[in-house]
Design a protein around this ligand. Structure first.
Ligand code: T1G
Length: 712
């Protein structure tokens, strides 16, 4: 787990061995400490180089050990090991290739010198796991870089490329060659030199002006970074300790803060997110074969049909992944605009050609249709693509909810038809729902999943139903928010509750951003809106279930949201971003309630959260029951990476488990009793079965779902 060898007569090279990322497991920690002690006591050794075996230096502490106290307690602690490294009387040089992250960078900070490959990257991403650098990083980094630069790295958790790290003083030397060889030569060159000023633990933190004001500001900024998250605040406190306390006192503070975070529900949720992101890629077919064992068709060329906002983003995402892309738009003016927009987003990078003729898609390995969300228009395009495109070409639709199998029926190649549902902006948002219809082949899904990974997406394979998974679950969430307005809440109250929970944007601000008219168009297509409602269907019910026409009425007033400068909030101009309360809305809601005999009542934030989130979670159980998602973890990956669900809350299904399934069931029963005309509040039978079977942990839910038809 830590290889030890002597090279060039006097240099001990300690190589961390724990593929794939050389994580600091108990065995590695054991081996590392023994090797450091061996180097200290070996009279032949005059200097030491620490490296990572087979590429990466070290990906940090072994996350798989967290939450497993016996593992964490077994083997020496990182703090103890790093103290031994720093105290060594012989120079220790870190040879960093690939990455040095978390505890890996903290190890490098305990070394006296840091040598990096020019392609390497370093960082302290613990905050994204709901933690803080807990092995001296919060105390050593400020002493090396100064408080500002160190705080930025620790609170954001960002990876820093080697060039920047050199400029910051985080790395002492860079090399394009073999990092270990270069580090060995460097180690020899510093043998016998004094080490005291190389020991960061001995160094005072560089002074900072107006320290109280600085950290006050830093706390406000950290609070805004992830509402309700504890880790960013603890990071600020730890760095403040580095700036104001002696090293050992600062280390005690770091230890206390780390212990609090490590045992918190937020760290558990963030860790769960880390693994759900990676687990989603391990899609399995109904026969249990993993998609990455399916022979996936290689995709090197693509065509995008329709160059509106989504089509442009998809074009950029594909080009950035190295594909050559033909971007097709039949409307000339739209084509010109798109060409300029895409070139801007690609910053002049090539790989994209443009055409107004669908025929240009003939040679593509994959075609992504991204035209107007209208089934008739899409069906016509799939009919043409079926005859235009070469045999074997995959035909994907970016539709956000329409029936993939109906599109497949318009072609002679239904097994190569699928959905690739990108999220706006498509070149930024990480989620990709890969939608398979009943006739889509596993190879087709596998090809899309692999392409998604190449684009840096979190690809999740889902089944075919209205809204697939994400948008299907969003519907009851939005519906309950509208009902709460009818019952007395304001958009501000609802949004404040959801933003306090941790969403970057509440449901009404989100609607204003995406545009109220989008949902209005879908409801019109479904015959739900406005004057078309028949006499026996009063304004507030459709097909026997409660319906709120509030969104329709807002659209009839031309209040589409940011794009028209007015929606649930007021903006300073069309396209404005800053939401302000609109007095008009208050009287609009009062008149609406009076007209429909609705008596406004006081609604608290707890009810807002339960009504909106439990309705969404309940639909998630229905999605599992229908076999449209392969696991609760996949649902959570969809909501964290596509819908802004706060990572420190894990995802809707993880959150349900954390709240307690019995409590969610009880809440749904209470609200369904009060609102029997809202079937989304009626507890799903799978939830009942899980509670009846003792609310097993989330990774065991699939045993209760087993036997259900799977669409994957
Ligand atoms: N521990 C355990 N397993 C890890 C791991 C880690 N630190 N990092 C990755 N893996 C697994 C991962 O689950 C996957 O496994 C496989 O390695 C490949 O990962 C004391 C407390 C390093 C940039 O936050 O950012 O140090 O799914 O697909 O795309 O202060 O992994 O194949 O079974 O992501 O090449 C801090 C987390 C820990 C780094 C590589 N370190 N990892 O990306 O591969 S806390 C981190 C990453 C800490 C100290 C604190 C990335 C990567 P499987 P992958 P990749």
């Amino acid at each position: 787990m830590a290889q030890y060898r002597i090279v060039s007569g006097s240099v001990a090279v300690i190589s961390i061995q724990n593929p794939p990322v050389n994580a600091l497991s108990a065995a590695v920690r054991e081996g590392l400490l023994l090797s450091v002690r061996a180097a200290a006591s070996d009279p032949l050794v005059r200097s030491v180089v620490i490296s990572g075996h087979n590429g990466p230096f070290c990906g940090g502490a072994d996350i798989k050990e967290f939450g497993n106290v016996s593992h964490l307690e077994s083997g020496p602690h990182l703090v103890e090991i790093f103290e031994s490294v720093e105290a060594l009387a012989k120079p220790v040089v870190a040879a960093i290739e690939g990455f040095a992250l978390g505890g890996g960078l903290e190890l490098a900070l305990a070394c006296h010198y840091r040598f990096g490959h020019s392609e390497a990257r370093v960082g302290l991403p613990e905050v994204s796991l709901g933690l803080l650098p807990g092995a001296g990083g919060s105390q050593r980094l400020p002493r090396l870089l100064g408080v500002r630069a160190a705080l930025d790295m620790i609170v954001t958790g960002r990876h820093v490329a080697a060039g920047e790290a050199l400029k910051l003083g985080l790395l002492d030397r860079l090399t394009d060659g073999n990092t270990v060889d270069a580090a060995v030569r460097f180690a020899q060159s510093v043998e016998g030199k004094p080490l005291d000023d190389r020991r960061l633990g001995n160094r005072p933190c560089p002074p900072l002006e107006n320290i109280d004001a600085f950290f006050e500001e830093a706390l406000i900024h950290a609070r805004g970074q992830a509402r309700g998250a504890a880790a960013p605040l603890a990071c600020v406190q730890a760095v403040r300790g580095a700036a104001t306390l002696p090293f050992l006192k600062g280390m005690e503070l770091e230890k206390r803060l780390m212990e609090t975070l490590m045992t918190s529900g937020q760290a558990q949720a963030s860790r769960y997110c880390f693994f759900t992101e990676r687990g989603a890629a391990r899609w399995t077919t109904p026969t249990g074969a993993r998609w990455d064992t399916c022979r996936a068709r290689p995709i090197s060329t693509a065509a995008v049909i329709g160059l509106g906002t989504m089509g442009r983003g998809i074009t950029v995402a594909l080009a950035r992944a190295g594909l050559s892309v033909v971007a097709v738009e039949t409307q000339e003016h739209q084509l010109d605009q798109a060409q300029r927009a895409v070139s801007r987003m690609l910053k002049g990078r090539g790989g994209v050609s443009y055409s107004a003729d669908l025929q240009a898609a003939a040679g593509a390995d994959l075609v992504v249709e991204a035209v107007f969300e209208d089934m008739a228009v899409k069906e016509e395009i799939f009919k043409q693509l079926s005859s235009v495109c070469k045999p074997g070409a995959l035909l994907a639709s970016n539709t956000s909810s329409l029936d993939i199998d109906r599109l497949a029926s318009c072609t002679l190649r239904p097994e190569q038809v699928l959905g690739m549902h990108f999220f706006a902006p498509a070149h930024v948002m990480r989620l990709l729902e890969v939608v398979s219809g009943p006739r889509t082949s596993p190879q087709t899904v596998a090809a899309a999943m692999q392409l998604g990974r190449r684009m840096g997406k979190v690809s999740v394979a889902v089944g075919n139903c209205p809204g697939f998974v994400g948008n299907r679950m969003l519907k009851p969430y939005l519906e309950q928010a509208y009902f709460l307005l009818e019952e007395g809440a304001s958009p501000e109250l609802v949004d404040a509750a959801l933003e306090e929970f941790g969403f970057p944007m509440g449901v009404f601000k989100m609607s204003d951003l995406s545009g109220l008219d989008i949902g209005w168009r879908v409801r019109k297509e479904e015959g739900l809106t406005g004057p078309g409602v028949s006499a026996d269907q009063p304004m507030r019910s459709r097909r026997g279930r409660r319906y709120s026409p509030l969104g329709d009425l807002m659209c009839e007033e031309g209040r589409y949201g940011q794009k028209t400068g007015r929606g649930w909030y007021l903006y300073d101009r069309p396209g404005g971003r800053v939401a302000r309360s609109d007095p008009w809305l208050r009287s609009f809601l009062e008149e609406y309630r009076a007209r429909h005999g609705l008596l406004a009542r006081r609604i608290d934030q707890q009810e807002v959260l339960e009504r909106c989130l439990y309705a969404l979670i309940n639909e998630g159980f229905r999605v599992l029951e229908d076999g449209v998602a392969a696991s609760p973890q996949n649902i959570d990956a969809i909501y964290v990476f596509g819908y802004g669900w706060p990572k420190h809350r894990g995802g809707p299904m993880f959150y349900a488990a954390q709240v307690g399934l019995a409590r969610v069931l009880e809440g749904l029963e209470k609200y369904h009793k009060a609102h029997p005309d809202s079937p989304h509040l009626q507890p799903c039978s799978l939830l009942r079965r899980l509670v009846a079977s003792g609310s097993p942990p989330i990774h065991k839910w699939s045993e209760v779902v087993k036997g259900h038809r799977s669409q994957l």
